[in-house]
Design a protein around this ligand. Sequence first.
Ligand SMILES: *[C@@H]1O[C@H](CO)[C@@H](O)[C@H](O)[C@H]1NC(C)=O
Ligand SMILES: CC(=O)N[C@H]1CO[C@H](CO)[C@@H](O)[C@@H]1O
Length: 533
Amino acid sequence: MALSLLEKAQAWLFRAVATFFFTIFQFFRTTAASAKKKLPPVINPLLLQSATQLAKKIRRKEVSSVEVVQAYIDRTQEVNPFINAVVKDRFAAALQEAAQVDKLIEEETGGEEVLEDRLPFLGVPLSVKESFSLQGMPLTTGLMSRQGVVSSVDAPTVAHLKRAGAIPLGVTNTSELCMWFESHNHLYGITCNPYDLERIPGGSSGGQGSILAAAGAVIGVGSDIGGSIRMPCFFNGVFGHKTTPGVVSCENQYPPTSGRQGEYLSSGPMCRYAEDLLPMLKIMAGRNAHKLSLDTEVDLKKLRFFSIPHDGGSAYTYPVSKELLDIQRKVAERLEADLGVKVQEVCLPELRYSFQIWDTYMGLPDKEGKTPTAFAELMGEPGRPAWALWELLKRLVGKSNHTMPAIMLALLEMIQVTKPSSFIIQQKEELQRKLDEMLGTDGVLLYPSHPRVAPKHHHPLFRPFDFAYTGILNILGLPVTQCPLGLNEEGLPLGVQVVGGKLQDRLTLAVSLYLEKTFGGWRDPGAKESSSP
Ligand SMILES: *[C@@H]1O[C@H](CO)[C@@H](O)[C@H](O)[C@H]1NC(C)=O
Ligand SMILES: CC(=O)N[C@H]1CO[C@H](CO)[C@@H](O)[C@@H]1O
């Protein structure tokens, strides 16, 4: 199916307008020609071990929880002035809790196995996205009007991890209301990418991705309704998993979902080492963990592999860069060479409508016919929705409390009066049918995470729909593990999405372990060799 003339004109017009505004933006941007600042390298070996390994060493008293927690506090204090990822810490309380853990281990007589079984992450530091309730910590999602809102409870996912022994060190930055892929708001400022401070860490779990990559955290909690776990993990070269929806609780997060959005939102683990994904997911899923059969062994040689190199030419997204096409092809070649499997390249023309599908389904009413809460309403004070045009004028003179992307979203919402197109619904149904059939219970798909590596700050405003590469998989309800694949020539992380059939999360998690071994996983952003020449 070739692109229609109308679609071609649409794409041309969209890109022309975006390029026009981008040119103006570049013209006015102050070009700071200062020498590039770089993060200090990771020196403490405690920072270079997975949470699983740290927990084992703490249980065996080879290292104390206090030492581990202190190492992470020191590292966060060292890197946060560069990246602004952690927006509120609880270091003093965390050190006290670590001391209690060490005392508990000293007194435990049941042996290491008892502790491993009951408290698998005992004494290990944890980092939490600010939009999750964590008792005593702010829950603002970067909204100025929510300044001072403090959680009195723990979100169930956070509570499960705490009950497994993990110690939260603090909360991390997000985009305003978690609805953009830059982590910037007027309450906490802008978060930077540790591989290049002039670039974005992604969003909305951007503070989380950034602090993990900077080795100021080892495991963290994120949420994803359009790529909010996967984009930050991709841009920051760490691992993340968007679970099959409905398995991990999404309660006690801000903003709450409405309409059908709850069907597309997934909470999940983000981490530096692939081996932590599965045990974290098992804990976060609580009573639902059995639905994922995570203990069932996966034989990679018996899986069927597929690769889709791009969305087939959407009018809204930009083409996938050559380096990302190349690295995905390399993954396929390695899989074939190492495992003796065949990676079949496929093309699904419906993917071209990814953005329209995401946009349509996010706005659909729920089963009772209730439409989702308007974005402008979430932006405003209770009973007083934000007035997008007024906020835009205020923004232009630097007086709005809201970020430009949030204002643009509210504007888009105003002009969007069309009812859902049956053509788009049809495309989604067709895509769902094809992918469900293709993946079954033993299929794995490689798909680009985004059309390009981490862009410069504010540049996504001019390519706002590129998130459709991740967003489409929320609407399709499929589990996805985001896997890093080393760095490009400029020292920026490469990566790929690994997609499985519904509830087959264990397959994509198993592939992430293989890819970490084969492509080297996370890299220290402060390391000498990653510096640009
Ligand atoms: C920004 O938010 C603060 C805190 O809610 C409020 O006091 C102030 O009036 C707001 N400013 C504008 C320009 O809306
Ligand atoms: C760069 C920046 O704006 N950092 C802020 C992050 O949030 C903390 C807590 O509110 C502020 O103290 C920082 O100034």
